[in-house]
Write a protein that binds this ligand. Structure first.
Ligand SMILES: Nc1nc2c(ncn2[C@@H]2O[C@H](COP(=O)(O)OP(=O)(O)OP(=O)(O)O)[C@@H](O)[C@H]2O)c(=O)[nH]1
Length: 378
């Protein structure tokens, strides 16, 4: 998981656009397809029921198959990803909205029709607009549908009703639809604002825990992971590696900070390639990196660290230069706390530097070095 996080951050950092965007699109492709299948099922069911009961209106005899075909086409296009989802949303919304409006208008054309018989479904238009469309587009489209609804019903009613009856229907229609639009809009706006605030908080947290140069966790991010990690629940041991580039100041001084920066980025790329999926990599500060690795025995950790050291030494950085690194290692069985583990790894790193750099040292090696050389000051 940590590795994924590191890699995702890394990819984001080196992708062309590294800004996170807030998506207010309310409907995911999967939810959209499910809705389409539901709508197709409902239309087929009502078509069959009305046909068998001989109540199928003339308009519906055309409208049902047209709607079903449109939804089926949208479903296929969505599956094949041939058309942008937003276009399909608008298309399906328009089909349903026009079906509802025309049904209601035709109903009102009949002098014996009753206002409430079909127009109660018109409110669905607004709920669906918010569901299918991005907020700004939904408002525009709803306004158009609202106007079409009023004009259509005015035309239908004016064919047979008195002016007073017509206005009364239009007034009722207008007021109830404005209520729908405003109330649903308020609910949606609150939810979008909340989602945006959450996305912003996520971005800020991500930035606070990420090193901007390399895109991996920074010291704070690593500390958080280290604290949150349920180490006591792990049956396996874990180890901590501190990797410190040797004579990095010299590299900066000789070739400039840009080369230094590029060396750090190349080093992180190399480390990401070498660590395992559940290892945690972070930039501890400056030219120092920390890796937490799980489930290795001591000999395996040392092999892993040695492999890293050799790969770093073989790596060519910008301008064809090379770097080396010293690595201090500590193991969980040697320490009682996270702080102590860090301290041990840091001491071993110090000894690796003392003994000539470009080497891996853990407590046992440090002990041997001290005994042999008898000159390392702790
Ligand atoms: N280019 C670059 N340099 C950095 C960055 N962060 C820290 N440094 C430099 O890294 C250098 C670290 O120098 P030192 O702590 O003396 O260590 P060193 O020169 O690597 O020597 P040893 O660790 O003892 O081998 C300093 O010159 C810092 O300015 C960075 O993000 N980019």
């Amino acid at each position: 998981m940590a590795f994924d996080c590191n890699k995702a951050m890394f990819k984001k950092l080196f992708s062309k656009s590294n800004t996170l965007s807030v998506n207010d699109q309310p409907l995911t492709p999967t939810a959209f397809r499910r809705l389409l299948m539901f709508a197709i099922g409902c239309f087929i069911a009502i078509w069959i029921i009305e046909t068998t009961e001989f109540t199928l209106a003339r308009f519906d005899a055309f409208a049902y198959p047209i709607c079903i075909s449109c939804f089926a086409v949208a479903l296929i296009l969505s599956w094949l990803q041939l058309v942008p989802e937003a276009h399909l949303h608008l298309f399906c919304y328009t089909v349903i909205a026009m079906d509802l409006i025309v049904t209601s208008v035709l109903h009102h054309l009949n002098p014996y029709g009753h206002f409430g018989d079909t127009s109660q479904w018109l409110g669905l238009n607004y709920a669906m607009a918010y569901l299918f469309l991005e907020l700004r587009k939904a408002i525009w489209v709803m306004t158009v549908m609202f106007v079409i609804t009023l004009v259509g019903h005015y035309w239908a009613m004016s064919q047979h009703a008195t002016l007073q009856q017509t206005y009364s229907v239009l007034l009722e229609l207008g007021v109830s639809h404005v209520v729908y639009i405003v109330l649903l809009g308020t609910v949606v706006t609150i939810r979008v604002d909340k989602a945006k605030a959450q996305a912003r908080a996520d971005i800020l947290e991500h930035e606070a825990l990420t090193d901007p140069l390399t895109g991996i966790l920074n010291r704070r991010g690593m500390q958080k992971k280290f604290e949150n990690y349920a180490f006591h629940q792990q049956n396996s041991d874990y180890s901590l590696l501190i990797i410190d580039v040797d004579h990095f100041k010299r590299l900066n001084d000789n070739y400039g900070h840009l080369v230094g920066d590029q060396a750090l980025v190349s080093l992180v790329e190399l480390l990401i390639m070498q660590i395992r999926s559940d290892d945690i990599l972070s930039r501890w500060g400056g030219e120092e990196f920390v890796i937490l690795t799980f489930g290795y025995r001591r000999s395996q950790v040392l092999e892993f660290a040695e492999r890293l050291r050799q790969s770093i030494a073989q790596m060519k950085i910008a301008g064809g230069h090379t770097i080396t690194a010293s690595i201090g290692v500590s193991h969980s069985y040697e320490a009682d706390s996270r702080r102590e583990m860090l301290h041990l790894a840091d001491m071993n790193l110090y000894k690796a530097k003392q003994y000539g750099r470009n080497r891996v040292v853990d407590c046992v090696i440090a002990q041997q070095l001290t005994t042999e050389g008898n000159s390392v000051a702790d």
